[in-house]
Write a protein that binds this ligand. Structure first.
Ligand SMILES: [Zn+2]
Length: 410
């Protein structure tokens, strides 16, 4: 049997919810793919062996709500400020191997986004196409810009990297009029989703009675559509008795998915803690990473996951909702798993016990137990994050090329 693997992670606690694996095992990689998962794999001739004893080995995390189209939605008159972040600067250090951009680009700019950022990132970057032709920004307020055909066409044309349609930020304050009807954005996005056979991710601001949250969940969204920002301040999630409201359970029953979408203003412990206590977990943990959130309460994907861990979600559930959960939501069953043959995207995590404090978007604190740190990340078989040199030899034992002094040019 061929055993010259490129990389073997030895003796870690492997949690791969897609395959029902939760045990101390080895994971072997060859030619960029998972070659084997099992006990005591032969690593004698492996290119690199990493001792993962005491660490958790997970499929690479998937964050389905981020903004990674820099230089696009720069606000007028704010020099040096970009709303989006550079994908590779924030993914691997948090154990993330797949980022999904949530509608920065509409049909009009998608090719530019694709060429300059999707195809140049080491992180796997996928995307939702904004229902507004002009993408995220002022044109999300203009129903004339909600072009169902153009959006569905862009989704199909770029189906290798596009996972669905995004609606967001539409008409939250000003009075309704003949053009600005309550459901213009959501309904157009759903029509584009129908036309392209993809899910819609919904960012929403309830304005009852004409635009109620329960109507969104029970009448306008379809099975498989994703409500992001579920623990934001504006949503009725839990009643005065601390119990999760009926429309949440009914929506889940009809197949609506709930995404965390933390963001700069969309995660509040007053909704998240009672919801979790009542057994209502999100289907996917995501950050809504952008320049307004990355240095605020979000920090990164793993910090947001740690928050869920500290609020009482089990490690297995946290990993499930960061891997196979989001993979299902974006209908990419090939991702978020360590199945043999799949692309080798792996996160090696350190679970730190003890007391840790976290914050939310209302500037309130939560004191909890435990924190997750990323020890090592593998993307398509390559080690892309290894700050403590787990995949490297001690300098005294480094092989010959290390000791070579460059010939200096006079
Ligand atoms: Zn967002």
């Amino acid at each position: 049997m061929e055993t010259n693997y490129d990389l073997v992670l030895k003796g870690g606690h492997v949690i791969d919810p897609a395959n029902g694996i939760d045990a101390v095992l080895d994971v072997a990689v060859k030619d960029g793919r998972i070659a084997a998962v099992g006990a005591h794999l032969d690593a004698l001739h492996a290119g690199t062996v990493v001792d993962a004893t005491g660490l958790t080995v997970s499929p690479g995390l998937i964050d389905i709500h981020v903004h990674v189209y820099p230089h696009f939605n720069r606000p007028e008159g704010v020099p040096g400020w970009d709303a989006s972040v550079i994908a590779d600067a924030h993914s691997f250090r948090a154990g993330v191997t797949t980022f999904v951009d949530a509608g920065c680009a509409g049909a009009e700019h998608f090719q530019d986004f694709r060429r300059r950022f999707v195809e140049t990132s080491k992180t796997r970057v996928l995307a939702f196409v904004n229902i507004a032709n002009g993408g995220m920004g002022p044109r999300e307020q203009d129903p004339y810009d909600f072009n169902v055909d153009a959006c569905a066409h862009a989704v199909r044309e770029h189906s290798d990297v596009v996972v669905g349609v995004k609606t967001a930020h539409y008409w939250t304050q000003l009075p309704w009029d003949d053009l600005h009807t309550p459901w213009a954005s959501v309904d157009a996005a759903v029509a584009a989703g129908d036309k392209s056979d993809t899910p819609v991710m919904v960012d929403f601001w309830p304005r009852p009675p004409l635009r109620g949250y329960d109507s969104l969940l029970l009448e306008h969204m379809r099975a498989g559509d994703i409500h992001t920002h579920v623990f934001a301040q504006q949503f009725p999630i839990v009643g005065d008795d601390g119990k999760v409201l009926d429309h949440m359970w009914k929506a889940r029953e009809r197949g609506v998915l709930f995404d965390l979408g933390h963001g700069g203003g969309s995660f509040w412990f007053r909704n998240a803690v009672p919801a979790l206590r009542d057994g209502f977990m999100v289907d996917s943990i995501s950050t809504d990473l952008h320049m307004g959130s990355v240095n605020a309460a979000v920090l990164n994907s793993l910090w947001t996951a740690s928050k869920c861990f500290a609020m009482g979600m089990s490690l297995h559930d946290v990993i499930r909702t960061c891997t196979v959960g989001p993979a299902k939501a974006i209908r990419r069953p090939d991702l978020g798993t360590l199945s043999v043959g799949s692309e080798a995207d792996i996160a090696v995590l350190r679970v730190l016990p003890g007391k840790f404090s976290y914050t939310d978007c209302g500037r309130a604190r939560f004191d909890g137990e435990g924190k997750l740190e990323c020890a090592l990340t593998v993307r398509a078989g390559k080690v892309v994050w290894d700050p403590t040199g787990m995949s490297m030899p001690l300098w005294e034992n480094a092989p010959a090329p290390y000791w070579r002094v460059p010939v200096l040019q006079g």
